[in-house]
Design a protein around this ligand. Structure first.
Ligand code: CP3
Length: 358
């Protein structure tokens, strides 16, 4: 087990939330926990509040965003809130015709298939994000010491939706466009990087304490293609934060082979799915970054003994990292019993609490 740091230099600073300290590799009072998709369909109070309101309408209503974001914090006692929004929102706000269909995901009316389509994409005017900044300010006031995580979709993952026209498995059309039209590809990802950076800055400037860049589908790429054709654009998003002093979490699914590159693209924290154990992920990412993850969300559907065993394993393997933020390896499945999520938060806290100092 990790020993209690003996010096005052190693004492957790109570003014800085555990999430931020873990992200920076500083001592924590206990391992911070939050869950991707912690707000959403696993919660009956979410389903009740969302009834009759479309997903995109809900995302643009500051009071609904505030309430939905707070629901899992109240219920589970997680160490962070994540803004209720969606990765396609910057595109929607800019005027791209996209709908989020229940049980399907984002559907794009006119998919991007040519340079002309790329050039026709409307830019995101920062002034249009006033509603988002209102939501963030309300949340920061309500949350007090609990940090709010802002987020954006990374250029590659957004490009998959724009090019395929909706969710897809292999992203074959996306890759075909990337290979066949390298200039249009790079121009598309440039534009997506600019709007993602605008979206992140709006959240941080309104008070978000950390950000996560979701490159959920980057794991379909080879390391070489990722490094040459995607990474520079993701780096541009993160660099777009300038000297804003907030930790940057960078996450994708199935990115075992890409973990060092995901770190290099710019991250204080690399998000890891359940395929690579955290001690191995720590070797791949190196000692300069923290890790987030990586309980398989399907484990939460198993019996309590299995849940506890797997939570303990993730916590133990996470000790190999510079810092560890406990999370799932991907989002909460809608059929998850919310009481199991609450239990996981309690168990991680219990397993990692450091005794009070002298
Ligand atoms: O994590 C959170 O709690 C914050 C909210 C959040 C949502 N989407 C809300 C949402 C976040 C961080 C996202 C990001 C997002 N959106 C990603 C990256 C994260 C990941 O899962 O890899 C992606 C790929 C999307 C695109 C998207 N939007 C998908 C695939 C879906 C699911 C479709 C479905 O119904 O199964 C959505 C819709 C969506 N985004 C829902 C929620 C709560 C479900 C809509 C509903 O409740 O009706």
């Amino acid at each position: 087990a990790r020993s209690v740091p003996p010096t005052t230099a190693g004492t957790p600073d109570p003014e800085i939330p555990d999430l931020v300290r873990a992200a920076r590799g500083l001592p924590v009072s206990r391992t911070p926990v939050w869950f991707m998709r912690q707000a959403g369909r696993s919660l009956p109070e979410y389903r009740a509040l969302r009834a009759g309101t479309g997903m995109l309408a809900a995302c643009q209503d500051p009071d609904l965003v505030t309430e939905i974001t707070l629901q899992p914090v109240r219920r589970h006692g997680v160490d962070a809130a994540i803004l209720f929004s969606d990765i396609v929102l910057p595109l929607v706000v800019a005027g791209v015709d996209i709908d989020i269909k229940a049980g399907v995901g984002p559907v794009v009316a006119s998919p991007v298939r040519s340079v002309a389509d790329v050039d026709a994409l409307p830019p995101l005017e920062p002034e249009r994000l006033a509603f988002l900044q209102t939501a963030v300010r309300q949340l920061v006031a309500e949350l007090g010491p609990i940090p709010l995580i802002g987020f954006a979709g990374a250029p590659f993952t957004l490009a998959t939706y724009l090019i395929e026209g909706g969710p897809s498995k292999e992203h074959a059309r996306t890759k075909a466009f990337m290979y066949a039209e390298p200039e249009a590809w790079s121009r598309l990802l440039d534009r997506l990087a600019v709007s993602a950076a605008t979206f992140l800055r709006a959240q941080v400037d309104a008070g978000a304490s950390a950000v996560q860049l979701f490159d959920s589908w980057a794991g379909v790429l080879s390391a070489v293609d990722y490094a040459e054709r995607v990474l520079p654009h993701s780096r541009a998003v993160i660099d777009g934060l300038g000297d804003r002093d907030v930790p940057r979490i960078h996450f994708g699914v199935g990115t075992g082979e890409l973990l060092p590159l995901i770190g290099d693209a710019g991250a204080d924290v690399v998000g890891v799915d359940w395929r690579v154990p955290l001690d191995e992920a720590a070797r791949r990412v190196g000692p300069a970054r923290s890790l987030q993850g990586n309980l398989d969300p399907a484990v939460l559907l198993a019996d309590r003994g299995t849940v506890d065993r797997e939570v303990r394993r993730v916590v133990e393997q996470g000790r190999a990292a510079r810092g560890h933020i406990f999370n799932l390896g991907h989002g909460v499945l809608p059929e998850t019993d919310p009481d199991v999520l609450t239990h996981v938060v309690e168990l991680v806290h219990e397993l990692t609490a450091t005794p009070a100092g002298p």
